[in-house]
Design a protein around this ligand. Sequence first.
Ligand SMILES: NC(=O)c1ccc[n+]([C@@H]2O[C@H](COP(=O)([O-])OP(=O)(O)OC[C@H]3O[C@@H](n4cnc5c(N)ncnc54)[C@H](O)[C@@H]3O)[C@@H](O)[C@H]2O)c1
Length: 267
Amino acid sequence: MQDSLARTFALDGRVAVVTGAASGLGRETALVLSEAGATPVLCDVNTAGLEETAELVASAGAQAIVCPTDVSQRAQVEAAGERAAAINGKVDIWVNVAGIIVNRSVIDAQEDEVERMLSINLKGVYWGCSAAGRLMRAGGGGSIINFSSSGADNPVPDLSLYSMTKASVNMLTRTVAKEMGPYGIRANAVAPGWVETPMGTHRWRNESGAIDPALREEGLRQRESASPLGIVGTPRDIALAVLYLASDASRFVTGQVLRPNGGVSMP
Ligand SMILES: NC(=O)c1ccc[n+]([C@@H]2O[C@H](COP(=O)([O-])OP(=O)(O)OC[C@H]3O[C@@H](n4cnc5c(N)ncnc54)[C@H](O)[C@@H]3O)[C@@H](O)[C@H]2O)c1
């Protein structure tokens, strides 16, 4: 590959806030962005998981900042942004990955479940966009990437809460792209198809939390056959989509929903 093309994807010297960085897709995103040269600021409520992610980044020869953060708390999100901005004077990339899932029918959902979903999956992303926007406007631009889901396009029984927050994230992303574009800020969403992470495996776990191997095998086969490519994705497939949106390779791309999903869903 020519150096000029590699430089287009390089993130050397850039600071990237990554929420949900203690696990799954957030962890992989932090690793890929750091491999591309960025310094990831790792935010999550799971501090032990953050430390593990930081060790993985360090063992790949880079450095990460551990920043315990509850994204549902605006003040904590603002503080994480300030901490990130203190590294180089600005924040270049902000990836809102943190999210939860609740399986509940509309008939049975409890008030606290509705509140929790909205607080983390929707308000958490909203506070992230708000903090990122202010810091990036001051710094002359940046890239915001919000995690959506295939669930935003496809109604699935018992996933109304999850899907409605993700559909809202798509609209929030488009609005942010219009509001902040004049400041040189791009905003895009990544809507992954299913990949195997602690969240992705929630339907295969027994009451003690262990994965049932038979359910896993059957689930993987179903996922493979749902894709025209006949494959299931990996966390890295999703993180590479984030890398594209974070890098200068996507300088003309804003307000879009990128769907790395193996072709399972084509809305
Ligand atoms: N895995 C999939 O198949 C899939 C598919 C589509 C979309 N997604 C989305 O990708 C994102 C990451 O999912 P994942 O599969 O890596 O899940 P995961 O459960 O492995 O990771 C989610 C992380 O978010 C963190 N988190 C939860 N509440 C938080 C809070 N209040 N503040 C800060 N952090 C908090 C958790 O501690 C965890 O580390 C989510 O937004 C999810 O909806 C996942």
